[in-house]
Design a protein around this ligand. Sequence first.
Ligand code: GUN
Length: 289
Amino acid sequence: MKIIDGKMISNLIKEEIKQEVEKIIKKGERPPHLAAILVGNDGASLTYVGSKVRSCKQVGFDSTLLKLPAEISQKDLLNKIHELNNDDKIDGFIVQLPLPNHIDEEEVLMTVNPNKDVDGFHPSNFGKMALNMESFIPATPYGIIELLKRYEINTSGKNTVVIGRSNIVGRPISILLSRKGNPGDSTVTLVHSRTKNLESFTKNADIIVSALGVPDFLKSEMVKKGVIIIDVGITRVKDDSNSKGYVIKGDVDFESVKEKASFITPVPGGVGPMTIAMLLKNTLFSKNL
Ligand code: GUN
């Protein structure tokens, strides 16, 4: 069994990005600039956005964090997005999800200028991704593709089962792994909450990508020997013995499944750190658009 070390690979990618930034500065240009909009005070979102901003500093990017109150109106939020769309000093920006219930998320994501949509959530980018055209690829699926590439995992002709159909992970990774190319060329099955006899799919899978958000969901008896496991789950589980009051759990019962797996991503330290590295890569790409 081999651990797929997302922390190590993400540091490598950040180092590569930092070198690109140094070249940009040497040319006398300004560094790439990423902005993030955070609405409200969701604990996990605060942590993620904080991490994104810190990573910008690490690679030499400029960053702007716009913290907006949970009660902000739809109109005021859209106005902020228009401001960022029209700001030439900002190369890319994200609106951290989830948004409060009174906000129409679809309208928000549709308002982001597709050329600054470093999350790849705008239908124009999502459509281009599905059509194998150059576009921003959502950071988490992009991170998974990069891990498969760097660990030289062959996905061609493999039975790949994706668990979960979210717009952010499950749906896009199922598209990416079925596209022509490497990684890609997989026979992808997307299973979800309405799937009957989910185990019959996971037991036959060569590769499983789990993006469900249910801690310890995938057990040893649900997988076959030699399976490749990509665990995208990051759920906070209450734990008073920990100074933070919680621990981060993946979708996979790591201790039992690792005995059967040929490759496995840990949580934390697997897919999570890759998401940020790929967001930075998208921002660098955006600067060069
Ligand atoms: N919430 C969870 N993951 C993501 C992400 O990749 N981007 C944004 N904007 N929000 C998220």
